[in-house]
Unconditional design. Sequence first.
Length: 260
Amino acid sequence: MNKFLLKALVLTSVNVAVFANAQFRTRNRMDKLEDFDEQKFSWGFYLNGNRLDYRIVLHPKYGMNDNENLVTSKESYSFGAGLIAKWRLNDYLDVRIEPGLQFAQRQLTFNTQSNDIYAGGSLTNPPFMPFPLQEKDKVREIKSTLIDIPVMLELHGQRWYNSRPYVAAGVNYVVNLQSNSSSTDDNMQGIYRSTTHNFAWSAEMGIQFYFNKFKLTPAVRGTFFMNNEKVADNATTPPYWASAISTLQTRAIMFVLKFE
C-alpha cells in the first residue's frame, strides 16, 4: 500500500510537470498568480511519500563478529502529510515551517547469538544466562508515528513564466509518539525502545509551478537525525539487542507534493 502511494505521487508529479511544460510552449502565454509571492505570509498543505532507513554504528564487541555485522536494517516505504506556513523575507528568501505527521515501520535484525561467548561477564557487562534466539527474538518490527516540525530557509531563483526553482535547508524537531521510551519492559519482552524527542537537519530542492488557482511544488527532501535514538536495555538483559548498537539514527528521503 505504501509503495503504491509513493508510485502514485511520482506519477502525479510527472503528469503535472508535462502539463506545465505544455503551457510554457505557448507563445503568448500569460504569467499566473503574478502577485502570489508578494504576500508577506502564505499557507498551504503537502503530501509526501518516504523511504526510511537507519544509520547504524555497531558496538565493536557485541555488534561485530570479526568482520561480520550482527545487526542489519531493512528499509521501508511510508507516507505523511502536513501544513505549510511561509514568511517572505525578500525577493529571494523565505522562511518555511511545515509541521507534519509521518508514519513509518522499519525492521532491525539481530544475528547476535555469537555473543554467548561473553556470558561469563566483563568489566562493562554482568554475567548472563545464554538462551537460543528464536526468529521472534531476532527480528524487531519498529513502528513509528512522527510529529515532524521542520523550520527551513528557502532560496529561490527568479521566476521564469510559470515556474521557479528553489533549494532549502533547515532543522527539524521530531517527536516519536511510539518510542516506548518510558516502558519498563525492553527487548527481553519484545519491546524495542527509542528516544521520544529528536533533532534532525533537512535539505530540499524542487520546482514551483504556478496555475490559475494554486501553486504546485514537487520536491525531494532528505532528513537526517542528529541525535542517537538508541535507548539501552535494562541492566539484566543479555547483550543480544541494544548493547550491540552504539548509535542508531533515522535517515529519510521524501518525495513531496505541496499545494499553496
